[in-house]
Design a protein around this ligand. Structure first.
Ligand code: SF4
Length: 463
């Protein structure tokens, strides 16, 4: 690894959104439904390639979660990144389909890796992490929509705060054609259960699947945000590529399938970005697949940069979160007005009200956000904070030198959410919190309610 010069941070965009992302890869295991036609078959974690950096790192460490976390922390430290606020992402297959004991051991290994020592139980490892040097502020698990609803409680036990669902497209005919093994109704049910339990919800979307075309992709994409059964908080957009060992490879050579070219993909993405609402963040565009593993389809991993450039030059008003984040504005040396205001967007989702609170300046640059859900749970009005995030380059816990983090924006957003909850006659407000953020919420008057999913809670009747 190339080391940075004194005072320099290598790959600064890695922590530009306020947290340090640590990906932990699962050992290879075939999906139980069979294989989707586009999924490569390369004897590594399903849907990955042997030369993907994260796979190479994980396989060298025997896919041990403890060792993977320790190694990533060390690498970030060598690159001069802060490692106080860690976002864990478990990748590489449908985690919730692995044997139950393996799942618990794997997650415990992650917390132990962050804590730098091995605890006796997962519960103990989580407790240590509340005050450890490397705190888990968010934990993301990827799963299939049909392997989700029955595991909500377990996800909370793991300290999970975000779930990414492999949705690809919301069309049953295409699901059948590509052997997805689940239906649109599974997507609906998973989204409903996750939303009401307070999780942040990400969808993986795949334009250009067999049976689709750019017009259809766009129509179904629009539906994601107009139909209140979906409305994801985040997206990863991975245009379909032909990879070795997949059924799609055979279809490609037989002339039965052709992926979109660069022009078609870029045109479609621009149209998609035009309609993405302000409450949604596009985490990635294009998968990080080494070009030698792409038989046909777009090979440009850097397409997002090209897309951003096109969107900024075209003066299209893009509302998507990442496009407006203060960290990227700083990186691009744009002038940033310091005066900020609170903006609230209210929208419906699954019969409940979502309040999307933002701290923005006059140019719509985003400094922080909060997602509040108010819905009826067993006939009681419930308020749930699904996310609190202050953007800008990550600062160490207790540090105050940046433009955004540690300026009281988080506190201001939580206070406003409490006001909205009270106005809606909710007796309590709950927060789905990463283990490492619990102490922060305690300072704001919240306590850990261990019954029913370990949420941080404030009871308005007890104030
Ligand atoms: S669900 Fe994902 S990992 Fe499993 S076969 Fe389909 S694409 Fe591959």
């Amino acid at each position: 690894m190339k080391l940075p010069k004194k005072g320099e941070i290598r790959k600064p965009t890695k922590t530009i959104s306020g947290v340090t992302p640590v990906a932990v890869m699962l050992p290879p295991r075939p999906c139980s439904h069979g294989a989707c036609v586009y999924c490569p078959n390369l004897n590594v974690p399903q849907s990955y390639t042997p030369k993907s950096p994260v796979v190479m790192r994980a396989s060298a460490l025997g896919y041990d979660s403890f060792k993977q976390v320790k190694a990533r922390l060390k690498a970030f430290e060598l690159m001069n990144h802060p490692t106080d606020k860690i976002e864990i992402i478990i990748m590489g297959g449908t985690f919730l389909e692995y044997p139950k004991k393996f799942q618990y051991d794997f997650v415990k290994g992650i917390y132990d890796g962050l804590n730098g020592k091995k605890a006796k139980t997962l519960q103990e490892a989580k407790r240590i992490n509340e005050t450890s040097k490397h705190r888990c502020v968010a934990l993301c698990i990827e799963t299939r929509p049909d392997v989700c609803v029955e595991y909500i409680q377990r996800l909370r036990e793991f300290g999970c705060t975000r779930v990414e669902l492999g949705v690809q497209i919301i069309d049953n005919r295409i699901y059948k054609l590509v052997n997805r093994g689940h239906s649109v109704q599974d997507v609906v049910e998973a989204t409903r259960a996750l939303r009401n339990a307070g999780f942040k919800i990400g969808y993986h979307i795949m334009p250009g699947l067999p049976g689709s075309n750019p017009k259809k992709d766009l129509e179904l994409f629009k539906k994601l945000f107009s139909d209140e059964r979906f409305k994801p908080d985040q997206l990863k957009i991975y245009p379909c590529q032909v990879m070795p060992g997949s059924v799609l490879e055979e279809w490609y050579w037989e002339g039965k399938y052709k992926p979109y070219d660069e022009k078609q993909t870029l045109e479609l993405l621009i149209k998609m970005f035009k309609i993405i609402p302000r409450y949604c963040r596009v985490m990635r565009v294009m998968r990080e697949i080494p070009p030698e593993y792409i038989i046909a389809g777009l090979k440009r991993i850097d397409l997002r940069q090209e897309l951003d450039k096109e969107l900024r030059n075209s003066k299209i008003k893009v509302k998507e979160i990442r496009f407006r984040e203060v960290g990227f504005a700083l990186r691009d040396k744009r002038k940033i007005k310091k005066k900020t205001k609170l903006k609230i967007t209210k929208y419906k989702a699954f019969g409940g009200d979502e309040y999307f609170l933002e701290i923005v300046n006059d140019d719509d640059i985003l400094f922080g956000l909060l997602r509040l859900r108010i819905f009826r749970d067993k006939n009681k009005k419930t308020a749930m904070i699904r996310e609190l995030h202050v953007y800008g380059p990550e600062l160490k816990i207790g540090e105050h030198s940046g433009v955004s983090q540690h300026h009281g924006y988080g506190k201001k957003l939580v206070k406003k959410a409490e006001e909205i909850a009270l106005k809606n006659k909710c007796e309590k407000i709950k927060i789905i919190s990463g283990i490492g953020v619990r102490k922060y919420y305690e300072k704001l008057g919240y306590y850990l309610d261990e019954i029913g999913g370990e949420y941080m809670v404030k009871d308005f009747n007890k104030i």
